[in-house]
Design a protein around this ligand. Structure first.
Ligand code: SAM
Length: 411
């Protein structure tokens, strides 16, 4: 059986949606205004078989794996529609919270700029597959010349495949988090299982031969030719194994530019969910900074970077679970600037305390527009004013969008 559908809009995950008498039907890889023939699947989903009438905004996908590989959802949309779609995710999330405000155009992300990739390896029969998970399934689609990743990562795929052949447990897929740093590739492997000594030695020899900056396996550093260095505003940081890093350098710079410009006059700044100091180190060029974060290795990396840098204002660090113990309003008194950049769950507890504070300038950085909007509502109800909201593209051709909201309180 097939369905003839007219797509009316894009859903939050980037699928086309046909509004039918039986409810919405989600059809991936289709665009508003298109007429498509599709095969129905479970739960209001359908797979497109033919685009009968294409949208003028349809573009030729640059990657041959597009449609099967789970990494990209929107290569078939031209840049104008794509940019407006991502911006609209932020607009709609705010609107659902009753926040009507100007939202800037999307800050774009160029192809071949992703410096960090999460890759999965497993064996199918005698073959080793290295790839991404297929959309909506547990099948792995082999990666080839991925147009999203930096060329240095693509060039290393054969070496990563060899490494996987050494480390792969027969039962479990192997996970590789691969980061291009200033000093080479940082490879963080997990789920290798218990390795016999000869495999260990082979993995170490292979990492050295491949000139990886570092190889970490299930939390243990196997080999380090050079510390993997990233720079935040020109300040050198040794990335902790598996530690958080913004996936695209230019997206990080766009976020940091908005945050540091907004907080430029602040004398004392709190950086909540600081990671290894993406914002804290840049801000310390002008202000005293207190960085708060749950992961001790991230704070240690930040502290070391600050000690090794010259001319920075004091930076203090605090290890703290900000979900369980948000900083309370009273403790926010010393600060005239604050940035928070939580994981996808957002920072509801932090926002509730911050809302009651008098911190003059606040920057909210987020990878989830829904939780950002919820947290902003708390701040607006507490007397903050929105200065700007800027969506930033970091995960090119996916439905994910980052945003930076800048707020003020007082005169
Ligand atoms: C989106 S990352 C941002 C990190 C940093 N601002 C950056 O741009 O690189 C979120 C950070 O929140 C930290 N985190 C996650 N849960 C946390 C919690 N409950 N309390 C404090 N920090 C947490 C993570 O370790 C991570 O460093």
């Amino acid at each position: 059986m097939t369905l003839d559908l007219t797509i009316s809009r894009l859903g939050l995950q980037g699928d086309g949606i046909a509004d039918t008498a039986d409810g919405p039907v989600y059809v991936p890889f289709t665009l508003p205004g298109e007429e498509v023939r599709a095969e129905p699947r479970k739960a209001g989903r359908a797979v497109p078989i033919e685009v009968v009438k294409a949208s003028p905004s349809r573009a030729e996908p640059p990657c041959p794996h597009f449609g099967s590989c789970g990494g990209c959802e929107l290569q078939h949309a031209d840049p104008v529609l794509y940019g407006e779609f991502k911006r609209s995710i932020v607009v709609e999330a705010l609107r659902r919270q009753g926040i009507e405000t100007e939202v800037s155009p999307l800050v774009p992300c160029a192809p071949e700029t992703r410096r960090r990739l999460a890759i999965t390896a497993f064996r199918a029969g005698t073959k080793l597959l290295l790839g991404f998970f297929e959309a909506h399934s547990d099948r792995i689609v082999p990666i080839g010349p991925c147009p999203v990743a930096e060329p240095a990562i693509v060039a290393a795929l054969p070496a990563l495949e060899k490494l996987s052949a050494i480390l792969l447990d027969r039962k479990k897929p192997l996970k590789l988090l691969v980061t291009r740093t200033e000093t080479g590739l940082d490879v963080f492997a997990s789920d290798a299982g218990k390795l016999p000594d000869d495999k260990r030695q082979q993995a170490i020899a292979h990492a050295l031969k491949s000139d990886f900056a570092r190889l970490t396996v299930d939390g243990e550093i196997f080999a380090m030719r050079r510390p993997p260095i990233v720079t935040f505003g020109g300040l050198r940081v040794t990335l902790p194994p598996g530690g958080f890093l913004q996936a695209v350098e230019s997206a990080e710079e766009a976020m940091a530019e908005l945050v540091t410009t907004h907080l430029t006059k602040a004398k004392r700044v709190a950086d909540l969910f600081s990671g290894s100091g993406t914002f804290a180190l840049r801000l310390a060029k002008k202000a005293k900074v207190h960085a708060v974060e749950a992961e001790a290795p991230a704070l240690a990396a930040l502290d070391k970077a600050w000690r090794e840098a010259e001319g920075l204002k004091p930076v203090t660090t605090e290890r703290r679970d900000l979900f369980r113990r948000p900083i309370i309003t009273k403790d926010l008194k010393p600060y005239d600037g604050l940035v928070f950049d939580p994981p996808r769950a957002g920072a509801e507890g932090v926002a509730a305390e911050l809302a009651k504070s008098n911190v003059k300038r606040v920057a909210a950085v987020s990878c989830n527009p829904q939780t950002l909007a919820r947290d902003l509502k708390l701040l607006l109800d507490g007397g903050y004013r929105l200065v700007s909201v800027t969506p930033i593209d970091q995960f090119l051709w996916s439905h994910h969008v980052e945003a930076v909201a800048l707020l003020e309180k007082g005169g």
